[in-house]
Ligand binder design. Structure first.
Ligand code: A2R
Length: 321
């Protein structure tokens, strides 16, 4: 595999870089003085791209490499790779499912509790010395008691979140394009109808055109003034301007967000809202889980070049046996 050329458009974890360097001929595009020159000189040789999702790997970019066979994406979400285009052109795309499921579900539950019980705000209150000076933090209006959670996207991570909510005795409903077999939760084929019936909307849906701004003004209004939105999937799923307006106007109680429309930019209006909880996209971000995700990127590439198939190809990928 030493003669197999792999392009890495942007920086990735050290363990990935080291292993790809050891097994393949690795081109680090972001370190090149003249990136276009590097591409022009190696376009014919490059058979694989390893990407961390920070740069868009779209059709025009992939087209520059006539012998491209596989794009290995770090992360379960691969909305920055045009997988449909890749599939149509016989190029595999792999992602890193399963190894991050439990970590992201943990984060989702943490964020949910932080938001419902205003835990970030209450910690800031303590750290500012206000507990001692002003007395107890105000009672929170919201509680998990008597609340139902509507999960948008009951996939691998959504199911792991639902399992945790079962243990909390919190009723769960879900929305997706299709009803899932073998789950005890109520299914809604209409997102707005689910938003009307639940108190908390928890989105773990993927990004991309099919989910863009799916959580709209209409859906937020259906959730209502006592409603809470939690998003650990992709920022693009929520119409952020509509969310800010709903929060400002009191048409929605609160939001807990780990993902944003234009990361790492977070709108100043959200920053100014004390009760809203904002995390810097840390869903899977532990050393343990990121290490496993990185290893799966490497193993997908090795598997492809050893056997002709990656370990975890995405759905749009052509299945060539
Ligand atoms: O729609 P379905 O029945 O295929 O269910 C999938 C749902 N989903 C959607 N729901 C509504 N409208 C859509 N246009 C739509 N597209 C997909 O999202 C499925 O239940 C769920 C995704 O589940 P998995 O593919 O198992 O992904 P996983 O590992 O749970 O990760 C979900 C997302 C990633 O794509 C990243 O954005 C984030 O979590 O880390």
């Amino acid at each position: 595999m030493r003669n197999t050329h792999v392009l890495m458009p942007g920086p990735m974890a050290r363990t990935i870089v080291e292993q790809l360097d050891a097994n393949f001929t690795l081109h680090k595009l972001w370190e090149a003085e003249d990136p276009d020159r590097l591409i022009a000189d190696n376009a014919e040789r490059i058979e694989a791209i390893a990407t961390g999702g920070h740069r868009s790997v779209d059709g025009p970019f992939m087209q520059r490499f006539p012998n491209l066979k596989i794009v290995a994406n770090f992360g379960v979400g691969y909305d920055t790779v045009d997988a449909a285009w890749a599939g149509q052109h016989g190029i595999y795309v792999s992602n890193t499912p399963d190894v991050l499921t439990e970590e992201v579900a943990d984060t989702a539950l943490g964020l949910l509790l932080m938001t419902v019980r205003q835990l970030s705000e209450s910690e800031r209150y303590l750290r500012a010395g206000r507990w001692e000076k002003e007395g107890a933090f105000a009672l929170t209006k919201a509680t998990l008691r008597n609340r139902t959670v509507g999960i948008v996207g009951l996939g691998r991570i959504g199911k792991a979140i639902a399992r945790r909510l079962d243990a909390f005795r919190v009723p769960v409903a879900y929305h997706g394009r299709s009803e899932q077999a073998g789950v005890p939760y109520r299914y809604y084929d209409d997102l707005k109808a689910m938003a009307s019936d639940v108190d908390i909307l928890l989105s773990v849906a993927p990004g991309g055109p099919s989910t863009h701004h799916m959580i709209s003004t209409e859906v937020l209004d259906a959730l209502g003034p006592d409603g809470i939105l939690v998003n650990v999937g992709r920022g693009s799923v929520v119409d952020e301007a509509a969310l800010i307006a709903a929060l400002k106007e009191g048409r929605l109680m609160s939001a807990g967000l780990d993902v944003f429309e234009n990361e790492p930019h977070v709108p100043a209006e959200l920053m100014a809202m004390e009760h809203v909880v904002l995390l810097p996209h840390v869903g899977s971000a532990s050393v343990h889980t990121r290490q496993q995700m990185g290893q799966l990127v490497v193993d997908n590439l090795k598997s492809y070049f050893e056997t002709g198939k990656p370990l975890t190809p995405v759905a749009e990928t052509p299945l060539r046996d």
